[in-house]
Design a protein around this ligand. Structure first.
Ligand code: CDT
Length: 308
């Protein structure tokens, strides 16, 4: 048995005016709870340090720049790294990254028990749009504020397991899980900020959004015989509701822990990485069963092309 006790640290709303320091203080409360519960790893949401700023159309470059971190850790997040190191707890969280060259990514990092960053992932599937869209009930401007990630889907050896990350919209794409599955991934962590209503279809509300979130993560877990931990930033941010529904999913696709509310809330489960072995050596033994000679369209073609 290779058990990793995992804490999913769902976070409630972060208002635009809330400082990084105040948010980090909330994260430390969750981290302390997790340490008390014996967690080896704590998973925080996408863009955990700020409100989900891509909902706002901004033109002032200084205002835009204020949402990004130019180094990690930095003065605001150092207390989180320090506390994690004291507890011997690995952490992962998302933030908006600006590189020294000025490139902007929606990023998440993973640390080991000593607080060292051992993994970095930059979100590949950026949803939404890059120009102001008057037909939407609200904006989703990730394509304006970030470029698609350039690191692929690496996996890392951490806490005696193969771990990988993705971010929010990535969880809806089976290619993401399979890229990591082909590297033997045993645990995939992800954070999300998912609006509770579809900005282009007011009939699509909370129930359907939660269903699609579960469906994506449970299928990804089962089809790759891996644990998946998905953690929300939830609640109402400046009038804009986000779904909760943080879950821990086992390698059979069962939800073994689920957040009940839409505030700061910790879910915990002891996840045995050896549970991945059965699926990986039987029905999803990729080496024996995949038929790559029939999959060329998946990388050669992006959109739908109808047969002539
Ligand atoms: N943050 C993020 O990726 N949210 C998307 C919203 C999709 S609607 C534009 C998601 O997939 O949950």
């Amino acid at each position: 048995m290779r058990e990793i006790v995992i804490g999913g640290a769902q976070m409630g709303a972060i208002q635009t005016a809330e400082s990084r320091e105040a948010v980090v203080a909330r994260m430390i409360v969750l981290l302390d709870q997790a340490a008390k519960a014996g967690c080896d790893l704590v998973v925080f949401p996408e863009l955990a340090l700020t409100t989900f700023f891509p909902r706002w159309w901004m033109e002032d470059p200084a205002e835009v720049a204020s949402w990004y971190e130019v180094e990690m850790p930095n003065a605001a997040t150092a207390p989180l790294f320090n506390r994690a190191r004291q507890h011997g707890t690995a952490i992962t969280f998302g933030y908006a990254e600006q590189t020294p060259e000025g490139r902007k990514f929606n990023t998440s990092i993973l640390t080991d028990r000593s607080g060292q960053i051992v993994g970095k992932y930059r979100k590949v599937h950026l949803p939404g749009h890059s120009d102001y869209d008057p037909d939407r009930a609200f904006q989703h401007l990730e394509k304006r504020y970030f470029e698609p990630g350039d690191l692929g889907f690496p996996v890392w050896r951490n806490l005696d397991a193969w771990m990988g990350m993705c971010i929010c919209n990535d969880r809806r794409w089976p290619e993401v899980y399979r890229e990591m599955g082909l590297q033997g991934v045993e645990l995939i962590t992800l954070g999300y900020n998912t609006p509770s209503v579809n900005s282009q279809d007011s009939a699509e509300g909370l129930e359907q959004r939660l269903y699609h979130s579960d469906l994506s993560m449970t299928a990804g877990a089962y089809q790759n015989a891996a644990w998946v931990v998905g953690v929300a930033k939830a609640g109402v941010e400046d009038g804009h509701p986000l779904i909760g529904g943080s879950i821990i999913v086992d390698p059979n696709g069962y939800v073994v822990a689920r957040a009940a509310g839409e505030g700061d809330e910790l879910i915990v489960h002891g996840c045995d990485m050896d549970l991945c072995t059965f699926g990986k050596t039987t029905i999803f033994d990729f080496a024996r069963h995949r038929r790559t000679e029939h999959y060329s369209r998946i990388t050669a073609q992006t959109g739908v092309v109808l047969p002539e």
